[in-house]
Each structure stands twice: as C-alpha cells, then as structure tokens.
Design a protein around this ligand. Structure first.
Ligand code: IVH
Length: 705
C-alpha cells in the first residue's frame, strides 16, 4: 500500500469510528486504538499537507477564529410549527386539514421528539459537508460552518450517487428501531449531488451537568440550561471553543435537493438519512391513524426524563411528504405537522431562604430553599442559584416569589423573581462575608466568579482534605477510608491532617466501633493495628508526595514534583515568592499565587509546625532530577487517563529519564498528550489546540524502543 492509499484508508476508518462513537453510540474499538489511528493520520498530514481533504477528520477543529458570521440565504424557508396543548388541539388540527384535503383521512403519521435545541441547516455537495447555518429568521441565517464541523455527529462526507461504495455497512444500522419494523435496511443508499438537511443541535442533559460540575470546581461561571449553552457554543467566533463543548445533533428533514431522489414519506426519509450516516432519533414511530399517534405522544409526557436531551413535546407529522407540502402553511407554520407540547415545567413559588454550600475545593455555592412545589410530577424544595453574580444580576431576594424551572434531569433552577408581587419587605441579598461552616472570612480570586473558603481546617472541607491527603498519589495511607475519617473528625481526634500522625490506638478503635461495620468482618483491633502501620510507613514519603498531599489549589502530582526539585524542603518552599515560583516551568501566576497564599495562612502554618513536630518533614525528592539531553529533550508531555503499561509516576520517570518534561495542563507549548483509558478534559483541550495525541507505543518509539 502506498502512503497515499494508507492515508485515504485512515481517513475513512477514523470517520467510520467517529460515526460508531458519536452517531450510533456503539464504538467497535477502544479509545486508545482510535487515538493511534488518528495520530497516524495526523502524522501523514504533517508530512504531506497537500493531501488534506475537507472531509479529513482532522479538519473538524483547527479553523482560525472569525471576525463575524456571514449571512446565508436558505434554499427554502426554514419553517416553524404550530402548537397543540393536548389531544383536543391535535384532533382540531386534524379536522381542519381533513376538510382541506380528503387524502388526510387515509394518511399515516410519524411521531418524533421535539428537541429543545437549535435548528441548523446543513448543505452537502457531491457528498461533502460544505456549509452549515443557523435558522436565523427562517429566510436568512448565519454561516456557522466551521463551528458545525467540530460536531462529531455531523458526517463530513456521505455516500453520493456517483460513488461506488460507502464506508458505512448496513450492519452498523442493525438494532435501530427504525429498522426493526417490516422493512429491511436499505442497501447502498446514495445521496443526490446537492441536498440540504435540517436538524437540531443540542447538549445532552448528562453532558450539561458534567460541564457545569467542571466549571463549578474551577470556580468559573456555570451555565443556565442545556439550550442556552448549546446556543452560546454555536455562536462562538472561535471554533476551538465550540469544539470543547459537548454538542451533538439529530436530523429530521430534507429542506431541499437537486439532481437525485429523496424519499417521499417521513418514515422512509428518516431511514434514508440514517443509512447515509446521519444521526436520527431512535424514539420516532410510525402510526396508521391520528389516535394511535396521540396515544404514543401521551406516553412520552410522563417519560420525557428518559430522553437523553430536553424535549418540550413531540412532533406529529403527516407521513406523506407530498400531501404535507400540498397542505401548505399558515404564516410560518406548515399545516402538515404539529408540535404536541408537554405540560410546562416552570412554576412560581416562594423563595424562603438562600443558603450556601461549601464544596470540596472550598467553593461557596448558593442555593434556594423553596416553599415545596410540584413541577412535572416531582416535588421541588431546593433549586440552584448558580453563583453570587447570578443572584445580583437577576436581583433575586429572599422572600421573593420566583419562577422555577425543572427540565429533565437538570437540577431545578431559578429563572428570576416575579418583582411585580413584592411586598416591599424583600431586601437585596448580600453574599456571606464568612464561611457558613467555619466562620472564617471568604475570599475571591481575580478572574474567577466563585468565592472560596480558604481555611484548611474548615469542617466542611476537612473530610475532603483528609481524603486527599491520604490518597494514593499523596501520602498513600491505606485503610483510612472516608467513613473512618468522618468518625475521627466527629470525635475530635482529627482537627487537621497533621493529627493523623498523633492518632492513638484508642482513637481509631473508637472511630471503628462507632462506624457502621456491617460489611467489615475484621476485628476492630486488627483494623487499628493495620492503620497505625500504614500511617507509620507513610512518614517515609518523599517531599513531592507531601507537597501534593497539602491540597494547595492547582498543585497536583506533577507540579508538586517540580516544586520539590526546585525547593528541596518545605522551609524553602514556604519562603519562595510568586516570582521565584514562576521561574519553574509549568508554574504560572495562578498556581504561584495560590502557593504563596497557602503558606501565608496562620492555620496552614500551624499544620506545618505540627507535621514538623511529628517528624513528618521530608527533604528527599521522589523522582530523579531531569537529565539534560536525551531523545525527548525539549519536549513537554501531559498525561491523561490510565495507562496500561505505566503508573503515573512510572511514565513520568520514563519521560524524564529520556530528557522530556511532564506538566499538569495542556497548552500550545505541549508537545504530546499521552492518552490512557478514561481520559479527562485534557483530551478535549488537546484536540482543540491541535496538540499531538499519542499512546504508549508511540512514546516508546520516540525513545527509539
Ligand atoms: S419539524 C416543517 N421536527 O421545533 C418542519 N422540528 O417549534 C418543521 N424541532 O423550529 C419542523 N425537534 O427547531 C421538527 N423532530 C422535530 C423537531 C423540530 C425540534 C424544533 C425546530 C422548530 C421548532 C418548532
């Protein structure tokens, strides 16, 4: 096989695996294998940039930011839908159209979820995705092609009538309800030379919650709801931001086509789109009459939370697309379809109190205590208020009547106050000046929206702090599980992490007997002895482990090792200025500031003194100093996920012993991202920045092994 043939094959393969993963949700290779294919593809493209085609999977991200979006005229108006608020409205709609055309009496229907996302319009020429636009006013939208390319569910190439074969075998479609009916999967489906499809871009509820959790932990602003987030993500001028958001899409309509056949009923159209490689809902069903369509629709009103995305209703469509077109439209609403809306999940209730939660990193998060109210079959008593800026922006006051929304599995949130019904007694809310758990003053860091409790001894954080201190990458004390930690804190035996080293056998016995021991068969005495032994062993941990164990904001295992090399004792590290710290590669102003701040705190200093007094004061460094030279000299690596053949420390040592560097976060200066199983957000960031992604074999190859 020539390199060019190999390149063409890799393009097809990577596109196919993207499709298996992002459209069918059933990958057939591991992430690691996928990344190897993608890395090989990228390498060929780096060697032969002239070969790169617009449908290469590497072309999804990487476009440079735009100044503004160009306008696009849609080939046909992008219509809206009239609403029905119950079976009565749906039957009235049917009666109206039956009177206009008697073919309606024999018509069948297709029912699909009405996804609460953004309508997008995708153009394909000769099988290649060439343009994508927002709906805009229905006549003219905005060109967001480069942003849409980053959505992996959108096929960049589909089989076209002039082509011989497609990468998508019909096998890959088996198991879909669209093909579980009487009809066999269509073989060799081809698209016309030019056609335009319409779909809904959105973020699933799960991905939305994940995104918000990450933002909250980083002290950044969280998003209001999946729809706003999807809308904001699609309208980014910088496509690398869009690429980092978990957008996906489902298609449901062919708006326009030229030079080829397109199915003339909705059900076959969905099958056809699916066979071309487009993502299509698996909740669509076909019915012979309106009553069965209504019955199916109504089953979803109570099951809507089972859909992975937010849906505000179901769309009932006349199956026969010619009849639907002949029925015409009223204003912007086609007569051939109707949106059967689910009951609204927004209600008003009284905001009794604003309370504040203290998270793992000390972030303070406000939440609302509500007069209990039923929303869509669930009694809601708490709602998120996102952050203190949000409360101020919306002027939400304790005692207010507030509009609350519960959508899908998304945590209920407050849309805003109903200011018209204020009594005058509601006073603007002021964020707490002190931590509600420990009473220490709270702090705010520049560039972040969150307020923090930075007190290392705060009881709300102490459990998490101890958990972190004893974890595997830190002091590695086996047997000190969360349940025992909670009890030790409750009994007062542990007031900070240093107290671990002065624990007595009786303290542990008391905690062990107090905790629920249903699942433990070991006698308390043995548990206590084992734990004391593990604590004793942990005294020998090197300095980098202890630095990592302190839980300083932004200081992970990698930075801790870098710090321990530059400052070979905690005394020296405590004396370092922010400027000194920033001399170390990988330590930026934020981490440097957090370190200086941590050592300046009285409570933290007292923890350090206790550790010193307890003899836990290492001066040895765990990893060998980085040699100069070697095959990896000048290269910077970031590791994400679990590697099969290396531990975290092991891979670091391997890279460093060959002259490379390992840092904690991905930046434009990162040479390679080392990818393991279950990677974190670093992978998305690396992709967005175009950082090369490699596996263990490639690493060994780089070292000439
Ligand atoms: S059909 C002529 N089907 O709902 C075709 N629309 O309120 C009209 N939507 O603007 C649209 N899921 O953005 C259709 N399965 C679906 C849909 C859907 C969501 C949106 C669409 C439209 C809005 C109408």
């Amino acid at each position: 096989m020539t390199t060019h043939e190999r390149y063409a094959k890799l393009c097809k393969e990577v596109n196919f695996h993207n499709y298996r993963y992002h459209v069918l949700d059933t990958p057939v290779i591991s992430d690691l294998e996928f990344d190897r294919l993608a890395a090989e593809l990228r390498q060929i493209e780096a060697d032969y940039p002239d070969w790169i085609t617009p449908d290469s999977p590497t072309q999804r991200a990487g476009a440079s930011p735009a100044e503004k979006f160009e306008k696009v005229r849609h080939p046909r108006p992008i219509l809206s839908l009239a609403n029905a608020f119950g079976a009565g409205d749906a039957r009235a709609w049917y009666e109206r159209i039956r009177k206009l055309d008697d073919r309606v009496e024999k018509a069948g229907f297709v029912v699909e979820p009405k996804i609460d996302g953004l309508s997008v319009v995708l153009h394909y020429r000769d099988g290649v995705f060439v343009q994508g636009a927002t709906r805009g006013d229905g006549e003219i939208g905005e060109d967001i092609t480069t942003n849409l390319r980053t959505i992996k569910a959108i096929p960049l190439r589909v089989p076209v009538s002039s082509e011989q074969s497609s990468v998508f075998s019909d096998q890959s479609l088996k198991g879909s309800p669209l093909f579980s009916g009487t009809q066999p999967p269509k073989a060799n489906v081809k698209s016309p030379p030019y056609f335009v499809v319409r779909g809904e871009a959105f973020i699933t509820v799960k991905e939305f919650e994940k995104l918000n959790k990450k933002l909250e932990e980083a002290g950044e602003k969280t998003y209001l709801n999946p729809r706003n987030t999807a809308a904001g993500s699609l309208r980014q001028l910088d496509p690398s931001i869009t690429a980092s958001r978990p957008l996906t899409l489902l298609v449901y309509q062919v708006v326009y086509s030229e030079g080829g056949d397109v199915p003339t009923n909705q059900w076959e159209l969905l099958e056809w789109l699916m066979a071309l490689g487009f993502p299509v809902t698996d909740a669509a069903r076909r019915f012979p009459d309106l009553e069965s369509a209504i019955a199916y629709t109504e089953t979803w009103a109570t099951r809507r939370d089972e859909l992975p995305y937010e849906a505000d209703g179901m769309v009932i469509k006349i199956d026969d697309l010619r009849l639907a077109a002949d029925l015409g439209f009223v204003g912007k609403d086609p007569r051939g379809a109707i949106a059967f809306k689910f009951p609204a999940r927004e209600v008003t209730t009284q905001l009794q109190e604003i309370r504040v939660n203290v998270g793992r990193t000390g972030v303070l998060t406000p939440y609302a205590v509500l007069e209990p109210v039923e929303i869509g079959g669930v009694v809601v008593e708490r709602a998120t208020l996102h952050n203190f800026d949000y409360i101020a922006e919306k002027d939400i006051r304790p005692g207010d009547r507030v509009l609350v929304k519960r959508a899908g599995e998304v945590i209920p949130y407050i849309i805003g106050p109903v200011a018209e019904v204020r009594t005058g007694a509601e006073k603007p809310y002021a964020p707490p000046a002190a931590c509600p758990a420990c009473g220490q003053p709270v702090e705010h860091f520049e560039g972040e929206v969150a307020w923090y409790c930075v007190n290392a001894a705060c009881p709300a954080q102490l459990v998490r702090n101890v958990e972190h201190f004893v974890s595997i990458g830190a002091m590695d004390i086996t047997g000190l599980g969360i349940k025992i930690v909670e009890k030790l804190i409750e009994t007062g035996a542990v007031k900070d992490v240093a107290d671990i080293y002065t624990l007595k056998r009786e303290d542990i016995l008391e905690a062990v007997t107090k905790k629920d021991r249903k699942t433990k068969s070991e006698p308390p005495g043995k548990i206590a002895d084992n734990l004391l032994a593990a604590i004793e062993i942990s005294r020998q941990q090197p300095l980098n482990r202890l630095i990592a164990a302190l839980g300083i904001r932004g200081v992970g295992e990698v930075s801790a090792a870098d710090l321990s090399r530059a400052f070979p004792s905690l005394d020296l590290l405590a004396l370092a200025s922010a400027e000194d710290l920033q001399m170390i590669e990988g330590i930026g102003p934020n981490i440097a500031g957090a370190i200086v701040d941590w050592f300046s705190r009285k409570r933290n200093r007292s923890v350090l003194e206790k550790l010193r007094a307890a003899g836990v004061w290492p001066t040895s460094v765990g990893t060998a100093p980085a040699p100069s030279g070697g095959p990896l000299a000048g290269m910077t690596f970031v590791v994400t996920g679990t590697l099969a053949g290396f531990s975290r420390e092991g891979v670091k040592e391997f890279i460093e012993s060959h002259g490379g560097k390992v840092t904690d976060s991905v930046s434009r200066n990162t040479s390679y991202l080392m990818l393991g199983e279950a990677p974190g957000s670093k992978l998305e960031k690396a992709k967005a920045l175009g950082v090369k992604i490699i596996g263990e074999n490639e690493l060994r190859m780089l070292c000439g092994k």
